[in-house]
Design a protein around this ligand. Sequence first.
Ligand SMILES: *[C@@H]1O[C@H](CO)[C@@H](O)[C@H](O)[C@H]1NC(C)=O
Ligand SMILES: *[C@@H]1O[C@H](CO)[C@@H](O)[C@H](O)[C@H]1NC(C)=O
Ligand SMILES: *[C@@H]1O[C@H](CO)[C@@H](O)[C@H](O)[C@H]1NC(C)=O
Ligand SMILES: *[C@@H]1O[C@H](CO)[C@@H](O)[C@H](O)[C@H]1NC(C)=O
Ligand SMILES: *[C@@H]1O[C@H](CO)[C@@H](O)[C@H](O)[C@H]1NC(C)=O
Ligand SMILES: *[C@@H]1O[C@H](CO)[C@@H](O)[C@H](O)[C@H]1NC(C)=O
Ligand SMILES: *[C@@H]1O[C@H](CO)[C@@H](O)[C@H](O)[C@H]1NC(C)=O
Ligand SMILES: *[C@@H]1O[C@H](CO)[C@@H](O)[C@H](O)[C@H]1NC(C)=O
Length: 350
Amino acid sequence: MAKEVVKQDGTTHVENDGTPKKASLGQKVKRHCARFWWLDLLIFIAVVLVIVLPIVYVGYPNLAQKEVNKGVLNITSMSLSDPAPDSFTLELDSVLSTTSKYHPELAAFNGSLHLKDSDPAFAYLDIPKVKAENGTVSHVDQRVQIADMTEYTKYTMTVLGTEEYSIYLKGRGGLQQGGLPKTNVNYNQKITLKGKSSLNSLKGFNLTSFNILTSEQEDGANANGTITIPNPTVLSVEMGTVTLDMSVAGTPVGVATIEDLVLKPGDNSFDMRAVTNQTTVVTMIFTDYKSGILPIDVVGKTAVFNNQSLGYYEKALQSNKLSFELDVIAALRRAGLADALGISNSTSKA
Ligand SMILES: *[C@@H]1O[C@H](CO)[C@@H](O)[C@H](O)[C@H]1NC(C)=O
Ligand SMILES: *[C@@H]1O[C@H](CO)[C@@H](O)[C@H](O)[C@H]1NC(C)=O
Ligand SMILES: *[C@@H]1O[C@H](CO)[C@@H](O)[C@H](O)[C@H]1NC(C)=O
Ligand SMILES: *[C@@H]1O[C@H](CO)[C@@H](O)[C@H](O)[C@H]1NC(C)=O
Ligand SMILES: *[C@@H]1O[C@H](CO)[C@@H](O)[C@H](O)[C@H]1NC(C)=O
Ligand SMILES: *[C@@H]1O[C@H](CO)[C@@H](O)[C@H](O)[C@H]1NC(C)=O
Ligand SMILES: *[C@@H]1O[C@H](CO)[C@@H](O)[C@H](O)[C@H]1NC(C)=O
Ligand SMILES: *[C@@H]1O[C@H](CO)[C@@H](O)[C@H](O)[C@H]1NC(C)=O
């Protein structure tokens, strides 16, 4: 068929032999095109492959990656609850902060959480799909398995005791921008907490009320009181029943227990019950601490939820030394025991 057309063209060309060279050239091109249309098609395809495809399949993914790299996730609220030795329930609200002018759809992906400069992930999260815009809010609510206990314990210790830190969300997932083909991007996003990121070693921890219990108690406690713990972060942490070792200059003086401790953002106050060694305490106020004021050092001992020890909280609490001052004589007086011990109003005279 094509050959026939070429023949006809050739005949026409002969008829117009006398026309100027320009027209003749046009005709030549036309004939060339007709004869070598397949070559032109190949050249066209080659141009597409060489110029367009790299833009779509190399330039575009690179651009997509570059734009994704501009994103920072700001956590506006975070709650760790229902803890078990190997898992916890995570609720997380975050706001995407990005300077990119593109707003692609980001597919859901399996994200891993890492401490800065740490290769092993401490946990994996199912990150839901989002439209990436500055200010996009996303909500995560899932049961999370702890992936690496050493890393997770490092994380809890970091949250408790390190003033400034950041964690990273890593992973790989699909990205779709308008009608362009779907591409994959790598995530390595910095995660920041709104406001303060650290519990700041529980600075501000204090015993704000203290009573000596003179009647027999079912749990064996001989003192109770109120412990306050400020939490400057947006984190809420359920730690279970927490026990604290109390000592004075290295000598144990008792153990305090806080039932069902949930540390919420802001100022927290918890009821505590304590079993103190009254012999040791009374001896102290008659010897080295005649003022009656005991400088008490406090270190976490256990954290138990549903009858299971939570090693990752215990290690963090054990590594964090707290202290408060306790006016024992005032407490003895309130309990009506000062006279029996022969202690006058402010200072013991032993
Ligand atoms: C996210 O956090 C960064 C650094 O903490 C801050 O500069 C930015 O304004 C925050 N963005 C949003 C949307 O909160
Ligand atoms: C992103 O959103 C934040 C808060 O809504 C705003 O302060 C910031 O200027 C926005 N940044 C850009 C690049 O639009
Ligand atoms: C996410 O990836 C990790 C590592 O490949 C894997 O162990 C984990 O099961 C994955 N999680 C989900 C929900 O797919
Ligand atoms: C701790 O609480 C007691 C009793 O309320 C108070 O007298 C004391 O000043 C507080 N200590 C600190 C460091 O705030
Ligand atoms: C301590 O125990 C006494 C007597 O049982 C009770 O009246 C008081 O409310 C308790 N205080 C705290 C802070 O638990
Ligand atoms: C109280 O402490 C003394 C030493 O100071 C110790 O001998 C005694 O066993 C302790 N009592 C209890 C009940 O732990
Ligand atoms: C809690 O654990 C202890 C020992 O680990 C066990 O003896 C006890 O029965 C358990 N209690 C409950 C309510 O599971
Ligand atoms: C406190 O002690 C002083 C003398 O040591 C005494 O005069 C005063 O009455 C006492 N006050 C009380 C409330 O016991």
